[in-house]
Design a binder for this molecule. Structure first.
Ligand SMILES: CC(C)(COP(=O)(O)OP(=O)(O)OC[C@H]1O[C@@H](n2cnc3c(N)ncnc32)[C@H](O)[C@@H]1OP(=O)(O)O)[C@@H](O)C(=O)NCCC(=O)NCCS
Length: 248
């Protein structure tokens, strides 16, 4: 789970420029809109219209287990490129897909994006993790569409759960905030040891362990169930960290 490592704690890595001319639903005309004929330009033919294949974002079906190698390839590629994203076993992915708590992005018969939801502590929490988009399709709103599908799925299936996200990616942090996630200290997250095992492959795992899972480099956020505001037991600063005074 989590974000591009800058190797220096919470410092943000510079994001690459976004593709400027592509519609967020992926239905771009690739900037090749047909041109009108100009006076005295009889020879000019309209430029061919290049249509992108449609991009489908949907809840995974059991048959999507066929994509497991592709999903692992995307995650491994992102991991090797420096993203803080945990490598996942085929069993973990197969279980999420068969249990219909994953979201896939399919373009032209190829899987190009993936993310999953996982309930913890008798469905008190649901985590969203393993979010990845194929590098050539980033910056077109696919992660946002997956997040929207995951939030909808989580709300329907676990209406009383707080949705949890741990991420080191500034894009994912911003996106989560726009969905209503609020920053929280680690003590507000699930205590389930199985959840924290997901961090074992992270380069910051030793740091997390040293802090007894009470702090690490990832941004932690919760999206509370509808109508159930978070109880703020400890006064917190603007970043959600416990503070001596609640007046900050
Ligand atoms: C993180 C990742 C999933 C984002 O996927 P994406 O499809 O490119 O993201 P989107 O285009 O949906 O953008 C989502 C938000 O991120 C931000 N964003 C995306 N790309 C950005 C960029 N290059 N520069 C700045 N902000 C960017 C925007 O805030 C956007 O929200 P908006 O709708 O308000 O503009 C993708 O970069 C990825 O697969 N990274 C490697 C794996 C990883 O780090 N996963 C995260 C694990 S927590």
């Amino acid at each position: 789970m989590k974000k591009t490592s800058s190797g220096s704690g919470r410092r943000r890595a510079a994001a690459p420029p976004r593709a400027p001319s592509v519609h967020r639903n992926g239905s771009s005309s690739n900037g090749a809109a047909p041109r009108g004929r100009r006076h005295g330009d009889a020879e000019e033919k309209p430029a061919p219209l290049v249509l992108e294949p449609p991009i489908e974002v949907r809840v995974a079906r059991p048959a999507d287990v066929a994509w497991i190698a592709q999903i692992q390839g995307l995650i491994r590629e992102a991991h090797e490129a420096g993203a803080i994203i945990a490598l996942r076993s085929s069993d973990y992915l197969a279980h999420a897909i068969r249990d219909r708590r994953a979201v896939v992005v399919v373009r032209h018969g190829t899987l190009v994006g993936f993310a999953t939801a996982h309930p913890w502590e008798s469905e008190r929490y649901v985590s969203h993790s393993a979010m990845v988009v194929s590098p050539e399709l980033r910056g077109r709103g696919l992660a946002r569409r997956m997040k929207s599908a995951l939030v909808e799925l989580s709300r329907k299936r676990w209406p009383n759960a707080a949705i949890l996200s741990l991420t080191l990616s500034p894009q994912v942090e911003q996106m989560n905030k726009s969905f209503g996630f609020e920053p929280v200290p680690y003590c507000d997250l699930t205590k389930d040891p199985e959840f924290w095992k997901g961090c074992e492959g992270c380069i910051h795992f030793a740091h997390l362990k040293r802090n007894q899972q009470q702090d690490c480099h990832c941004w932690a956020g919760l999206l509370m169930p509808v109508g159930q505001p978070r109880e703020k037991i400890v006064p917190r600063d603007a970043h959600g960290h416990p503070s001596a005074s609640s007046s900050h």
